[in-house]
Design a protein. Structure first.
Length: 108
């Protein structure tokens, strides 16, 4: 993506049972033509074939189903916004209600 040079790395790891939640724009609603995306890949594997992606709905909701327990890197991106990266720990013992909330700053 064109905005990949502007990256925000979250320091706190998400600890969840399933991967899903909401991606918000730091400046309000997503413009109609902007389609955010979410990608994950296992921390211990770097091959592109292990990457799983989801398109974020117009209201910012996403879900990636059937992700086995383990540690994952994630990347959220949208043209014109700063890319947000971080880690997710998928754990079957995590609370059911815990969801990801990612806020993406507008690109500069």
């Amino acid at each position: 993506m064109a905005s990949d040079h502007m990256i925000v790395e979250l320091q706190d790891e998400f600890h969840v049972r399933t991967i899903g939640g909401r991606v918000r724009s730091a400046v309000g609603d997503w413009p109609e033509e902007v389609v955010p995306a979410m990608e994950i890949r296992p921390v211990r594997r770097s091959d592109a074939a292990s990457t799983t992606a989801a398109v974020v709905s117009p209201d910012g909701v996403f879900e990636i189903r059937n992700v086995p327990p383990g540690k994952y890197c994630f990347r959220t991106m949208a043209l014109g916004w700063q890319t947000v990266i971080g880690t997710i720990l998928v754990d079957p013992k995590a609370p059911h209600e815990r969801r990801l909330l990612i806020e993406m700053p507008l690109g500069q």
